[in-house]
Design a protein around this ligand. Structure first.
Ligand code: LR7
Ligand code: MN
Length: 577
């Protein structure tokens, strides 16, 4: 079933990303000679000159009169600096972000059926909470304006911005005065006196709200057409529904907005969030809600009183990480439901690295995960410790108030959650026998659908083992194709595994999902070893939602990497027999 939804994604995505790439291509090529009109466009720290309305493709605002060579050289240098500093500070292309301005149209990525759908007029009002730390000014403002531009005004009770003690200058007086001048009615800015992290930051934001529903967004999002109504409707029906949109992809390099496939949230025993295909049983109709075992974390709507009843977030969690699984487990185990509604779409800039650390340099993901494991996972926390033995005796602070919440709400056990909400999750012994899905898999080998070499169309080279194909944990690289060499032969089977030379499976690390894939023993349970090889020629990794790409087609090293899917040739692969 995964393949059907993904196919829908791929066509749509290819179409829109191609269209947008052409627009951006034109935009940049023209802009090489057309600097004058950009004199008004902000480079870092000059937002006062931002032209307010740059709706639609930015090509429309180009012009190229009266520039001397030295002016244009200077502008080019300035542009480069904005881009380089932007990547350094924000890990995305701030030059393009600034040029897009605070308003732009995005492609309507919803299924056609969503457009005809009628939502109740009387819906609860929303308080939108956006925390930010050192966010790029233009991305933050585009987030806010996309909400104001594409949401019926009467549904927005307020927008609360929480500045998590940012250091960047333009987020100080410039932001104050922009809000005062342009956004005063609906937008309120709260400043943290010290860095709190996004988890306590959201709680601070929530404490300033008075609307009926809380809607959380990251500070580099753009909401799509009619995004809010489908989130509020299930909450109106049942206040214990917590509802997420589909998170569309805004490319960190091009800012192109493309649709995401309809997938749902899961996790692995390293306690990392991952995407899973939607089981057939959950796919009632393309506009119906899908029950999701977990949420990605940043984008969701929840009844405000229910948020408090359910214990907000764990105050002992710092900076970043883990709160998404914690609230997901808590919702399901304590009587709520977590839903993804495909008719609500919100774009998010996916970056390849996080551009900030924690103040003391701690690994807050490990600290936060330990807390959630000890509060919610019962004996199943052993699964985490098998992967992270060094954390077994690590201090995780006082969790008594969280344990008390679990007791007060009379929540189910973690076993109940796995059995009923996430039966796909595999558990290694001693818990293994409790999971029928795992047992039923038996020993039967999945049927091979296709065999051959995997040729990358840009490098014109084939994917092979860097060392021996039998070496567990070994990397894969691209090398010259050799049709005679059986060590270059991949088998693609009905479980969507890619097996090299009949030995090992192409696998993503469950602990460090930013690592390139490697060869591991086939485990037969999808996820980290599940790849789709579609007509669009992507090698799409289902659990991380990214595509395999050659890192540098000219390098003899032949390294490959995982990247946000786009239409570049570096991501095009062909399985040739
Ligand atoms: O110290 C901080 N203070 C903050 O206010 C650190 C961050 N933040 C802000 C930050 O400016 C941003 O607006 O918090 C927000 C989230 O931080 P990101 O964008 O660096 O996080 P992310 O998008 O990489 O991470 C995802 O997982 C996080 C786990 O803690 C949060 O739940 C994020 O909200 C979440 N983002 C999403 O779910 C968007 C979709 C990504 C996917 C999959
Ligand atoms: Mn984010």
């Amino acid at each position: 079933m995964g393949s059907v939804t993904l196919r829908y994604f791929c066509y749509g995505c290819l179409f829109t990303s191609v269209t947008w790439s052409i627009l951006l291509f034109l935009y940049f090529n023209l802009s090489q000679e057309s600097r004058l009109s950009f004199k008004n466009v902000p480079i870092q720290g000059q937002h006062r000159f931002q032209p307010r309305f740059t709706r639609g493709p930015a090509i429309l605002i180009l012009g190229n009169k009266g520039l001397s060579d030295s002016d244009s050289d200077l502008n080019l240098l300035q542009d480069q600096e904005v881009r380089d500093m932007g990547y350094h500070k924000h890990a995305f292309n701030v030059l393009i972000s600034n040029r897009l301005g605070y308003h732009r149209d995005v492609p309507d990525t919803r299924n056609d059926k969503c457009r005809d759908r009628i939502y109740p007029v009387a819906l609860p009002t929303a308080s939108i909470v956006i925390c930010f730390y050192n966010e790029a000014f233009s991305a933050l403002l585009r987030t806010v304006h996309s909400v104001l531009d594409r949401t019926p005004n009467y549904l927005i009770h307020e927008i609360i911005l929480v500045d998590d003690h940012s250091e960047l200058d333009d987020l100080k007086e410039d932001l104050d005065s922009y809000i005062k001048q342009h956004l005063q009615k609906k937008v309120k800015l709260v400043r943290n006196e010290k860095r709190e992290g996004l988890i306590r930051g959201r709680m601070i934001g929530a404490s300033h709200t008075t609307g009926e529903v809380l809607v959380f967004l990251d500070s580099h999002c753009e909401v799509n057409e009619a995004w809010l109504q489908p989130l509020l409707t299930p909450i109106k029906e049942n206040r214990k529904n917590v509802v997420c949109p589909v998170i569309d992809i805004i490319s960190a390099d091009t800012l192109v907005y493309s649709p995401s496939p309809i997938v749902r949230g899961g996790f692995n025993w390293g306690l990392h969030f991952k995407w899973d295909p939607v089981p057939v049983s959950e796919l009632n109709s393309p506009d119906g809600a899908i029950r999701s075992p977990t949420m990605a974390g940043g984008l969701f709507a929840m009844d405000r009183n229910y948020f408090y009843e359910l214990g907000q977030y764990d105050r002992g969690m710092d900076i970043w990480g883990g709160e998404n699984l914690e609230i997901s487990f808590r919702i399901w185990m304590c009587g709520g439901q977590l839903l993804i509604v495909p008719c609500s779409r919100v774009g998010h800039i996916f970056r390849k690295r996080r551009p900030y650390g924690s103040p003391g340099g701690q690994d807050t993901m490990a600290h936060n995960s330990l807390r959630l494991a000890h509060v919610w996972m019962d004996d199943y926390k052993e699964q985490y410790f098998v992967l992270r033995p060094e954390l077994r005796n690590r201090d995780y602070g006082d969790i008594s108030d969280r344990v008390a919440i679990r007791k007060r709400l009379q929540c189910h056990s973690f076993k109940w959650y796995l059995d009923n909400i996430y039966p796909e999750m595999q558990v290694s012994s001693p818990h293994k026998p409790q999971h029928p899905v795992f047992i039923n898999k038996g020993l039967k080998r999945p049927k091979v659908l296709q065999r051959g070499r995997l040729r990358n169309l840009l490098a014109d080279k084939c994917l092979v083992a860097q060392g021996r194909p039998s070496q567990k944990g070994g990397a894969v690289v691209v090398r010259d194709c050799d049709p005679q060499d059986t060590e270059q032969e991949w088998a693609y089977d009905e479980e969507h595994e890619l097996i090299l030379a009949g030995l090992l499976c192409l696998d993503m690390s469950e602990i460090r999902s930013s690592d390139p894939p490697r060869l591991m023993k086939c485990h037969g349970s999808g996820g980290s070893q599940q790849w789709t090889l579609g007509k669009n020629k992507w090698l799409y990794q289902v659990s991380v939602g990214q595509c395999l790409a050659v890192a540098d087609p000219h390098s003899i090293k032949g390294y490959v990497t995982m990247a946000i899917c786009d239409d570049s040739w570096s991501q095009q692969w062909k399985l040739e027999s």
